[in-house]
Design a protein around this ligand. Sequence first.
Ligand code: CA
Length: 377
Amino acid sequence: MKITNVRAHVLEAKLSQPFAYSRAWYSTRTAMLVEIETDQGLTGWGECYGPARINAAVVESMKPLLIGQDALRSEFLWHEIYARFRDHGQKGVVIQGLSGVDIALWDLKGKYLSQPIHRLMGGPLRTGVDAYATGLYRRETGDPESYLAEEAAKYRAEGFRAVKLKVGFGIEEDERMVRAVRAAIGPGTALMVDANHAYDAVAAIALGRRIEAFDIFWLEEPVPPEDIAGHRAVKSALRIPIASGECEFTRFGFREIFAAHAVDIVQPDTCAAGGLSECKKIADMAAAHFIRYAPHVWGTGIALAAALQLLAVLPAWTPPSLNPIAPMLEFDRTEHPIRQAILATPIEHQNGTVAVPNTPGLGIEIDRNALAWFRAT
Ligand code: CA
């Protein structure tokens, strides 16, 4: 099956109202989808997490290396492209571009062999994945203590057993919001907090000490991704588990995190850290270091499907037992007009659990009308 064309689709949608995390406001959502065509009439889809227009330029630059190649040689093509760009991009947008290409090649492999990707990666350990609700961002108006509590209670009512709150707005304010959200969801729902690396180790430890009493499931990106020693300092100072990794790339980048035992949970983004091929390797490294793996997901239905295919084959966080703790899916609940619109059948949760798509490839079908509708100008 020869590759005949590679397309980069840059999509954009305005939000009905902006929302903020610790470092910036969002007023639009963008997406960069990769489409790979073959001489067998099959088409594979992938997605890149990152700045859409730069990701598109990267994928366009990779196109000459892909045209005419055997689409089933995904491992060979990963190494060829990585080696060709290595001198200029061991991390960041180059690897994000490669991730989208790799996911599209796995989608093609599955379609060619009439199997969902997880069957080709070892077969399912589970058919559904527990999701945690990512939301609880800041709005332009209203009292955050009350609207965050209300939003968190809504997720709980929908069946989510875990929710993630944005922190990084100042230690006192963070503590007030954590208290309000914990009160709204009660003791039975897991609560994660995410600072999006707005703090240094000193501030992150100070925050952690103030919120330890609220039973925090993990503290995410307490410090900048480059600060591995800072992660380790935060981890050893607190009783709260530390998560990080959405800004790290490839087995080589994660090797440093694992070797330092800098975190309790790693969060590679399948659409950024190197695609399904690379994330499976990173997951195996995580298992070898007894570090939990929880994929970061911040994209469209393609990103969700890719994460689900991987989650289907990951070992439980705890060793095989009567009640192992299974890895969780990050399920973004914020406004994203493109997320489900590009799918012929949306990926939804049932009582906080998301089924792993089990039709060939990623297990999704793309609605081309939606692509045209959201195309960036
Ligand atoms: Ca995050």
